[in-house]
Design a protein around this ligand. Structure first.
Ligand code: NAD
Ligand code: IPM
Ligand code: MN
Length: 351
């Protein structure tokens, strides 16, 4: 049976970077069947919702989904449940991709591109495992309304169940076993009940089945600081949905640019993974052919590795990106002047 990869370019620079990833896919895995559909603002414009049932069904029946980015100023005033970002959140929830892997890896050639000093980022290789389908992103009640005293208010609920914490912690432990065996779990257990519960559950799971894994805990604010002070102390960082979102944007700058950071969102075995760059739709540079396509190309690399079981093709992509960077290829965000298409060409030349 043919393997299928659904491309969801989305908005802003999404279509530009997904076009790059498509070219690479056609080269390294020509037999993978590609299809393309709308999500986010593009879907909202075309059909009134940011994710149609039809596209969701296509995603569920694909082997993997590669998404560009969603959102932008055009849709800022859209109704809450129709915002482009809701399309992405629904997709994550419906695919039940609860474990979001965000590797921060500093390519040798990019050591000088980071805003941090060379010796801080040289050889950096850490993995953030972010819970993706629960927490404050989805907790109820939430809303903007007026309380019984007539005072306006806005609120969200940060809530995690034990099984939700356990399943993502298990993934973090498993990933650590394939790396340096260290997991640092991050929370705000000093102020949040859900944070204290997170810490207790992760510790409990580690006692029951944490063989081969050294578990430590860190408060999320301290982790944000340690990430720029001494990021190489980390192997795997385990975080909830919100802290994982913040810390991964921060970690992206250790690698040179947010345009370099890919991600994989995985559910239970045998279900399609969702792969997407960590960056957004970058409205400030959209349509100019200057976005860095590497995060999207490396997200394809993760799809080949984690969902399509093609480690050889994934290795080829990784080597080609490293080779292009080594040869000096740089987009604007990395201090160079190559266009998106020329950067893609530089990677293709390596292949
Ligand atoms: P952003 O990641 O889109 O942009 C932040 C900065 O990084 C901008 O200066 C942008 O030009 C730059 N940048 C991002 N990707 C780049 C790339 N590939 N190459 C070069 N430079 C790049 O974040 P934002 O501006 O806060 O958000 C813009 C929109 O994107 C919002 O609507 C937000 O909700 C959405 N968003 C979507 C996703 C997603 O779809 N996964 C992720 C983050 C933000
Ligand atoms: C990300 C983004 C998303 C998130 C938004 C666009 C919903 O910032 O993937 O990091 O907050 O998860
Ligand atoms: Mn984010």
């Amino acid at each position: 049976m043919k393997q299928t990869l659904l491309l969801l370019p989305g908005d802003g620079i999404g279509p530009e970077v997904i076009a790059a990833a498509r070219q690479i896919s056609e080269l390294v895995a020509p037999d993978v069947e590609l299809s393309e559909a709308l999500v986010g603002g593009a879907s909202l414009d075309a059909s009134g919702v940011p994710l149609t049932d039809d596209v969701l069904e296509q995603a569920k029946t694909s082997d993997a989904v590669l998404l560009g980015a969603v959102g932008g100023p055009k849709w800022e005033n859209a109704e809450r449940d129709k915002r482009p970002e809701m399309g992405l959140l629904s997709l994550r929830k419906e695919l039940d991709v609860f474990a979001n892997l965000r590797p921060a890896f500093c390519f040798e050639a990019l050591i000088g591109a980071s805003t941090l000093k060379r010796d801080i980022v040289e050889g950096l290789d850490l993995m953030i495992v972010r819970e993706l389908t629960s927490g404050v992103y989805f907790g109820e009640p939430r809303g903007i309304d007026t309380d019984e005293n007539g005072v306006r208010r806005g609120y969200d609920t940060s809530i995690y169940t034990a099984p939700e914490i356990e399943r993502v912690a298990r993934v973090a432990f498993e990933i650590a076993r394939g790396r340096n065996g260290r997991v640092c779990s991050v929370d705000k257990s000093n102020v949040m009940e859900s944070g204290l519960f997170w810490r207790t559950e992760v510790s409990g799971l580690h006692e029951m089945g944490g063989e081969g894994v050294e578990l430590t805990h860190m408060l999320a604010d301290a982790c944000a600081m340690e990430l720029v002070r001494n990021p190489k102390q980390f192997d795997v960082i385990l975080a909830d949905n919100l802290f994982g979102d913040l810390l991964s944007d921060e970690a992206s700058m250790l690698t040179g640019s947010i345009g370099m950071l890919p991600s994989a969102s995985l559910g239970v075995e045998g279900t399609p993974g969702l792969f997407e760059p960590v960056h957004g739709s970058a409205p400030d540079i959209a349509g100019q052919n200057i976005a860095n396509p590497c995060a999207a190309i490396l997200s394809l690399e993760m799809a080949l590795r984690w969902s399509l079981a093609r480690p050889d093709a994934a290795d080829r992509v990784m080597t080609a990106v490293a080779g292009a960077l080594k040869a000096g290829a740089r987009t604007n965000d990395l201090g160079g002047s190559l266009s998106t298409t020329d950067m893609t060409r530089a990677v293709i030349d390596q292949l």
